[in-house]
Design a protein around this ligand. Structure first.
Ligand SMILES: [Zn+2]
Length: 229
């Protein structure tokens, strides 16, 4: 199986994409998964040993990525950005040039997490600002909640407060309202720290007597998946 995989850009043999272990702890409010998946971040992007192409699965890269990977802009990233963020920045550039801002934003947020892990706060904040800009027009409630966290953690408190108001006007459900209220309190306290989604939901959702049994009625679908831990 592994012998048949090759880089989509240059044809060099490629490994199977990394599969992160299932998280056992709740994710952060920006959806960074909990441990044990959390600390495998650096394995999420493959780098082709021949051409330097970066992607979660280099075998899935289109040949059209070739000019990007060969460009000066791509190459110069290695001298311009924090080393720990480089694979994610390269993958983000491939996504940007392919006209995929959604995937570009995810890649840049992962770069911000790598910067967090390296305690590079200025770089992390700058990356989050770009992610927030890329998500600026979203009407999706889940993405909107992640954007709220991204703005707050970038220290853009005025923009975060305004975005919280915008989201409140969209009549979010109870769980989303809880998360918005939690964020508003953090914004008021000028807190740029990371918090788990499980800290932001109403008390019954994470009280000890329900954590081993049934989940609260409000935590259905998307949210129940997030709150499982
Ligand atoms: Zn290659």
């Amino acid at each position: 199986m592994s012998g048949t995989r090759s880089c989509g850009v240059c044809g060099h043999p490629a490994q199977a994409p990394f599969r992160a272990p299932q998280p056992e702890i709740a994710p952060d409010l920006d959806m960074r998964p909990g441990e044990p998946a959390r600390s495998t971040l650096r394995d999420w992007i493959q780098i082709c040993g021949s051409c330097g192409a970066a992607a979660p699965d280099v075998a899935a890269l289109p040949a059209g990525a070739l000019p990007v990977v060969r460009s000066d802009e791509y190459r110069l990233l290695s001298t311009e950005v924090l080393e720990e963020t480089l694979p994610f920045r390269r993958w983000a550039l491939v996504c940007e040039r392919a006209g995929d801002p959604a995937q570009q934003a995810e890649a840049l947020l992962q770069a911000a997490w790598a910067a967090d892990d390296a305690a590079a706060m200025t770089e992390a904040a700058a990356l989050r600002k770009t992610v927030a800009d890329l998500w600026g027009g979203t009407t999706d409630i889940e993405l909107g909640l992640r954007r709220l966290d991204v703005l707050r953690r970038a220290g853009l408190f005025d923009a975060a407060a305004a975005w919280a108001e915008t989201m409140t006007k969209r009549r979010p459900d109870e769980l989303a309202r809880s998360i918005i209220a939690f964020q508003q309190a953090r914004i008021a306290g000028r807190d740029i720290g990371r918090h788990l989604i499980s800290s932001a939901v109403p008390p019954p959702a994470h009280a000890p007597h329900v954590s081993h049994g049934k989940r609260p009625a409000a935590a259905t679908g998307f949210w129940s998946r997030l709150l499982r831990k």
